[in-house]
Design a protein. Sequence first.
Length: 255
Amino acid sequence: MLVILLSEMGSVVLAGPMFEALKKRHPGIELHVLQLHKNQSVMQLLGFVPEHHLHSINDRSLFALVWSLWSTTHNLRKLGLDGVIDCDAESEAKGDKSLWSEKEYGDFVLEYDFKVDPRLNSGVQIRSHVAPENGFQPKLGGKLPKDRLYGPQVEISTDGMAGRIYDEARRGRWLDTKEPTAETKGAFKKGEWNQYRVLAQGDRIQTWVNGIPIADVRDGEDTKGHIGLQVHGIARGTGPFQVRWKNLMIREPGR
């Protein structure tokens, strides 16, 4: 079982009775803890779980955060635990937010499961790029703020468009021009975990939602780029809404 404690130090200390109750209710249970790196020494001192069952996320810098999220998720998957990345869209958070890979990927197979609030629009960026400075202008788009992710996005939404490919923050249009059918619109399951598969080979990108083919695009604008998990901003006074990912897997040719 994975216990997520991404709160401040005081909450970690107060978690003791919860661990005792879990051990009493489920004798022999194997507990793992995911927490902020800065609180790990406290957990080691308290000894609620063995040290090799402690997993951490480092929020010291953007690089440390991105790297630790991806590496920790990978390690949790190897353990057979259900590692979930939660993204909350808060009314106070302006604009889009993305968590992207340090590495750039060209040809690959990407698979992941997701669950989204029906009022929220989100997506996964592929072969995408990061605006290096405020006012940066991509070749095919308008000016962007620093660190804005732009490029192909595999749509996550509940309006029948799930799995389609949109050119985010650049051309601002669908890259797959084929009209959705009743089958593709019905592929997404509201309120449930949905499985995505993305295949990128050369200038061709294909997507599936729950095993149903959705998009088949040829577009030579991006040969490689970052993979990013995106959540759109929402209007003030609404939310919070949540999108969740798990079982992320990427495989490159020959690896």
